[in-house]
Design a protein around this ligand. Structure first.
Ligand code: MTE
Length: 319
């Protein structure tokens, strides 16, 4: 992955959360109130700009870390979303006018329940929870992010996968008109990711629809993206339009691009270096350029919850 250091981000690119919200006209009304959500057509008519809309009916999760979250600015101005460019500030700059709604998610493959669902209908059966998770990027930086999302395990159970379903594959929207980075061909589109069924039904992963109590900013994967806190950030596929239950290990974008550097499992592991850099330590974004790096924890510190998933697997080979 291409790396741009925080020093490369101009101060003018960084906006306070208040300015960020003030810039949006407040014609949004509470579209997402008490867990009941307006139909997409109603949202587009009443809420021309959904950005900044507060999410309500969100409960706190016992899985949250008590580490201090990064600022809204850190989380929304420094990340990867190659569909909007390869620079760390590109998603923030180039996704501003992306209108994610209406949005549909196709569920297919080895499951009793399949079909194409409007985003609102897709998330309606599930509880919204705030999960404050440590996130570790393969590029050796980390953040703490207060996500709002729904449990992936609950979503998987809802669609009733059959015994043939060994993996869940995900795909991102592939729209070259709305996503300028796609025209540059930096990856083989659509962006793809996958988990084993055991990983997908572990209680930790969520499909995030918000952060800091408001709907997910475009650059963070609106309207819905995967969050798997014990894996490197690239597993957190954004802008999901397709979920497939499959019997074969699915292709994943970074593995397709550079198999030697990026594996299917991508568990955070301080003992297995990336071929071009160490994974032993990480730089917490927002801690200042001169702050010392902190040690990276096995499974990003979530070992108690997930280490059993990999019993008997050689994690040096299955990276
Ligand atoms: N999802 C899509 N569709 N396209 C991408 O380029 N980049 C990944 C992941 N999800 C990416 C993606 C990478 S490399 C990282 S580190 C995370 O998104 C970073 O974004 P976040 O900080 O918003 O989680």
């Amino acid at each position: 992955m291409l790396i741009k250091k925080p020093a490369d981000i101009r101060p003018s690119e960084i906006t306070s959360e208040q300015n960020y919200l003030d810039r949006r006209t407040f014609m949004r009304v509470g579209a997402l109130v008490g867990g009941s959500i307006l139909a997409p057509s109603a949202i587009s008519a009443v809420v021309p700009d959904r950005r900044g809309t507060k999410l309500t009916g969100v409960s706190k999760s016992s899985f949250s870390t008590d580490e201090a979250p990064n600022s809204f600015e850190d989380i929304t101005t420094y990340n990867n979303y190659y569909e909007f460019g390869t620079g760390k500030s590109d998603p923030h700059e180039n996704a501003q006018n992306f209108d994610p709604l209406p949005w549909t998610i196709k569920v297919e493959g080895h499951a009793e329940k399949t079909g194409t669902f409007d985003f609102e209908d897709f998330i309606k059966p599930f509880d919204l929870e705030e999960r404050i998770y440590r996130m570790r990027c393969v590029e050796a930086w980390s953040m703490v992010i207060p996500w709002v999302g729904i449990s992936l395990a609950e979503v998987v159970k809802h669609f009733k996968p059959t015994s043939q379903a060994k993996y869940v594959a995900f795909e991102t929207l592939n729209d070259r008109k709305r996503m300028p980075g796609i025209r540059r061909g930096s990856l083989d589109w659509p962006y793809r990711e996958g988990l084993t069924i055991a990983e997908a039904t572990n209680p930790l992963p969520i499909l995030a629809v918000g952060l800091y109590g408001q709907v997910l900013p475009n650059q963070n994967g609106a309207p819905i993206r995967l969050v798997v806190p014990w894996k490197y950030g690239f597993k957190g596929i954004k802008g999901i339009v397709r979920m497939r239950f499959t019997d074969k290990q699915p292709l994943t974008s970074w593995n397709m691009a550079q198999a030697r550097e990026y594996g299917f499992y991508a568990n955070v592991n301080p003992n297995v270096d990336h071929p071009r850099w160490s994974q032993a330590r990480e730089r917490r974004i927002g801690s200042g350029l001169f702050a010392s790096k902190q040690p990276t924890l096995m499974f990003n510190g979530y070992g108690d919850e997930v280490a059993h998933l990999y019993k008997g697997l050689d994690l040096r080979r299955n990276y």
